[in-house]
Design a binder for this molecule. Sequence first.
Ligand SMILES: [Zn+2]
Length: 431
Amino acid sequence: MKPADLAIINCSHLVTCQGPIPKRKDSLLDIGLVDKGCIASYRGKIVFIGEEKKFNEEILLEKKSVQIDGSGLVGLPGFVDSHTHLPFAGNREEEFILRLKGYTYQQLTERGLGIQTTVNATRQASMDELISLCLARLDNMLLHGTTTAEAKSGYGLNLKDEIKQLRTLQELNKIHPIDIVSTFMGAHEVPKEYKARKDDYINLLIHKILPEVKENNLAEFFDVFCEEGVYSVEESRKLIRAAREAGLKIKIHADEFAPLGGAQLAAEEGATSADHLIAITDEGIKKLAESSTAATLLPGVSFFLMQEKKAPARKLIEQGAIVALATDFNPGSSMTESMFFIMQLAVFSLKMGIEEAINATTSNAAYALGRHKEVGSLEVGKKMDLILCDAPNYPHLIYHFGINPIKYVIKAGHVVVKNGKVLQQSKYQTD
Ligand SMILES: [Zn+2]
């Protein structure tokens, strides 16, 4: 008999999303469904998944163990949100209202609104202020089932404030149950004081900020906004190569508005993921499909910016790309922490299947963050990161849209959300 300190018995549907991971083409339809499933963990790691009879034969529950009756609940892996701009200050409602009156994202940027508003506010905020803003957002994420989240700098755009953002993330990772994966994105924009001398800023990034990030171990990934009017393909390539040399893995904001070829760049440079891809070309799709780079789609952006053009999810899946989904949580173009909403948008607006959307927010999302050996699927030996939803079956999670069905969130074997309330603020050491 194997010991366990947490068990959920008889889920209506237990969705495991088990491997092999990453999932391409038809394997995206496989969600590893267990009917009337039981799942148990010990010291934060999954030790059993299967039916009740086998559970009773194999598992010995410890005296102080937590037991949850899963009847009427759907269990699935905690969501992995692989693309967020979490640490920012200020808000963008003024710009939002103008946009509703017809101003485009790029017109607003030209008027000094847009990202500059957030850069100014984030530069002015202290680290304590940023931490308290982010804690509320992380609680929102947790309440909506996210148990691992990537988070980028990129609203500092100078040495002091980029480092401040990354130190904020380092601190949050210590105190909040969500595991945070940090990305250095000093190349999110060209700061206004460097507009006329972009090369100087690129040199500052490569020779001053990047070494500081590396020396203090402040980020695992590097990201660049490869876009018309921001960083060209060749400038992006130069930055990526410097970052890789410094030991960082690569993500690229690619082909969001203009088909510059960011997807091809990501595939050529072995990036972990290429994100956005609303304007990707057929050539870009082919290159990504042949590569091991994840294609991360962010349908919250086309929804929030009310764009007719959307990422070609069906084409990407049919050709064999590793499709993942994320929120792109940020104040200017996707103000949501909810991965349920993103899944629903993927189904209703990108024409993804329900099963494809589930894998794209869990198993493939973990791959897009290089964490698929630990999280993103429910398998023996992986972290017990699980959400339990008040739903009779898994299609109901999309069918009943616009609500939050979360009943429980379990992080590393601990109940952290129960009945819509965050229970724990501190991190658990389970290893
Ligand atoms: Zn983004």
